[in-house]
Design a protein around this ligand. Structure first.
Ligand code: GTP
Ligand code: MG
Length: 149
């Protein structure tokens, strides 16, 4: 099944939103496969957001991501990359629908609480970057109650 990389950014951690965010993915019917609480170094944050290196906000984005601990996670489920992005909501919180994480908890684009991979290929790259040790393989006993097969 598909996996995605989700990160609760330093503002989400500082604001006590870890449980709320994990709960939304858990209740939806996705499975947590890996999780770590870490403060990353500048070079690591630059690597994670390498695609945005030419953007004018890149410096501020890197400062933001290294400003405190983050919660890095791998979640698994059917269409979890695209559905995870819908749970998170639009990049700019003022465009994010109420009911999404950014729609409910964020105001500024540079303090938008959470990251989610934008495609299956970027999810694979990000999971390999953040979890080089691999992720746990387990199957939830709830699986037949969430999925038809
Ligand atoms: P991520 O899940 O964090 O990757 O966000 P995204 O995929 O919704 O957006 P994108 O990858 O384009 O941008 C990455 C992050 O850079 C965003 O989540 C914002 O925190 C930040 N960002 C994007 N656009 C802007 C901007 O115009 N100004 C500022 N200050 N930050 C921005
Ligand atoms: Mg992105």
């Amino acid at each position: 099944m598909e996996s995605t990389f989700i990160m609760i950014k330093p503002d989400g951690v500082q604001r006590g939103l870890i449980g709320e965010i994990i709960s939304r993915f858990e209740k939806k019917g996705f499975y947590l496969k890996a999780m770590k609480f870490i403060t990353v170094e500048r070079s690591f944050a630059e690597k994670h957001y390498a695609d945005l290196a030419t953007k004018p906000f890149f410096g501020g984005l890197v400062e933001y991501i290294i400003s405190g601990p983050v919660v890095a996670m791998v979640w698994e489920g059917k269409d979890v990359v695209a559905t995870g992005r819908r749970i998170i909501g639009a990049t700019r919180p003022w465009e994010a629908s109420p009911g999404t994480i950014r729609g409910d908890f964020a105001v500024e684009v540079g303090r938008n609480v959470i990251h989610g991979s934008d495609a299956v290929e970027s999810a694979q790259k990000e999971i390999a970057l953040w979890f080089p040790e691999g992720v746990s393989e387990w199957k939830s006993q709830m699986h037949p109650w969430i999925y038809e097969v």
